[in-house]
Design a binder for this molecule. Structure first.
Ligand code: BEZ
Ligand code: FE
Length: 286
């Protein structure tokens, strides 16, 4: 049978028919069908096909140990959130997950409860408190809470290796006997995802803004429970309604209250006024 517009998808799918791994066979067959349907729909000219190859090549060339342009591409196409959503079959009561993002590339230093993750200074002081509990409310002592965030200028440590110490605004905490955790930081600010690569060009060409609303990342893990990768978002923050990577879930938005009480500030080792958010994390049993 000749390779034609009508037969192309089947020809390629059939070529994978003897793939021993059944899952890989299923993925490759589906890829052939959907990719060929897409190409038939778009009908690229040869220069357009070359541009597409050039875009993917540039995306790969942008990747390094500290830069993951393919994850960024997946993020702005909504694929990361779709995969996250498809895999998030947790119990209703458990904390929603959201994207990991490309900046969890450095292990967070272990820190004591109450420590500051800000090693540089600057920005509005902020305290985050919470508990890690199971869906029935049982506290989870000894759970780990990995946090990371951008600085007051909107950059992660790995984006400014010359000016910011590696590990700034990252921390790995272990919950106390009541499952509690608390740490000091600075208010997260909205920021643009990196725009100096092919993904940035894609956003610019399509008239999309690159901003993410203010947030702090979390990965919480506890024995006998499914871990969760999530964020807490700042209520009222800019771009909550138009996150460039589609990652906002309303259940993850929290008030970051302004606290003026000097005694509370003393207790947390900050100066008033400071902002305070409470973020409890509920894990589903494994
Ligand atoms: C982040 O929040 O770190 C992030 C997520 C997706 C794309 C870029 C950044
Ligand atoms: Fe982020």
């Amino acid at each position: 049978m000749d390779f034609t517009e009508q037969t192309s998808a089947k020809a390629v799918a059939d070529s994978f028919a003897n793939t021993p791994d059944p899952r890989l066979r299923q993925v490759l067959t589906s890829l052939a069908e959907h990719l060929h349907a897409f190409v038939r729909d778009v009908r690229p000219s040869m220069p357009e096909w070359e541009a597409a190859i050039g875009f993917l090549t540039a995306t790969g060339q942008m990747c390094s140990d500290t830069r993951q342009e393919f994850i960024l591409l997946s993020d702005v196409l909504g694929v990361s959130m779709l995969v996250e959503t498809l895999n998030d079959r947790h119990e209703q009561a458990a904390t929603d997950s959201t994207v990991l993002g490309p900046f969890h590339v450095v292990a967070s230093s272990a820190r004591e409860l109450g420590d500051s993750i800000d090693e540089v200074g600057g920005g509005q002081p902020c305290v985050v408190t919470g508990r890690v509990v199971s869906v029935d409310g049982t506290p989870l002592p000894g759970a780990t809470v990995d946090v990371w965030q951008a600085d007051a200028e909107g950059y992660y440590d790995v984006q400014c290796p010359d000016t910011v110490p590696e590990g700034n605004l990252r921390g790995l905490f272990t919950t106390d006997d009541e499952g509690g955790f608390h740490f000091r930081t600075v208010m997260p600010r909205h920021y643009p995802i990196p725009t100096d690569g092919p993904v940035g060009k894609l956003l610019a060409r399509s008239g999309r803004h690159p901003y993410r609303p203010p947030h702090i990342h979390f990965i919480a893990e506890a024995a006998g429970h499914h871990p969760v990768t999530t964020h807490v978002f700042v209520a009222g923050g800019e771009y909550l309604d138009s996150d460039a990577v589609f990652a906002v879930k309303q259940a993850l938005v929290r008030e970051f209250e302004e606290v003026h009480d000097p005694q509370q500030a003393d207790r947390h080792g900050v100066t008033a006024p400071f902002r305070h958010a409470r973020f409890d994390i509920v894990l589903a049993p494994a």
